[in-house]
Design a protein around this ligand. Sequence first.
Ligand code: AMP
Length: 219
Amino acid sequence: MKNIIFIAPPAAGKGTYSKLLQDKYNIPHISTGDLLRDEVNKATSLGKEISEDMKNGKLISDTIITNLLKNRLEQDDCNNGYILDGYPRNIHQAKIYEDMLKSLNKELGIVIYLEVDKELALKRALGRVVCPHCGASFNTKIDAFKPKKEGICDICHHQLEIRKDDTEETFLKRFDTYLENTSSLINYYEEKGVLRKIKSENNDTNEIMLNKIRGVIND
Ligand code: AMP
């Protein structure tokens, strides 16, 4: 299986689709946002250091992310491919990542770019509720993604939570930072011939999206 970098704006559904791919292909979904949130939730010394920046939607330093990610990619479950979500976010990180891959003797694989309109992403961000126990994500504003029972995870029945960084102000800041940084990154990967584009529309179900993604993986 190819290694996959999954690029999409905040709240485009990439966490959800990555989890679906993880189950389908039996490869891990590695989200740098999750690795960082994990440190914050466990209140490690690193977690305490980054918690304010995480709350404000600011990017965390390359040194911190590089260490966390390299440790994760060294684990055995990454040997048959993985889905990388939230990294790299700019060309600088893309170059650091290529050096990391060389040192780990791994291939770049493909880059899936998921396009989504800002209004749709905002609607998803403001309705998003996540399960802190199993990581499942639901949406109170989109019928197809509402949990069966309000406030409760369909999968493990844990209480659902709103992510601290899912406010309108933080969302818009994150979306704009994303746009500023990714256009050059997309061009960078397009020139390398590894970019695969797909678009998420308002009424796309998980199944439709999974089919679109499988189409570009099998290209
Ligand atoms: P995400 O879950 O990908 O939306 O990331 C949530 C937050 O984690 C971001 O707003 C940043 O503060 C931080 N973060 C995640 N990935 C990166 C990265 N590649 N570089 C810098 N900061 C990151």
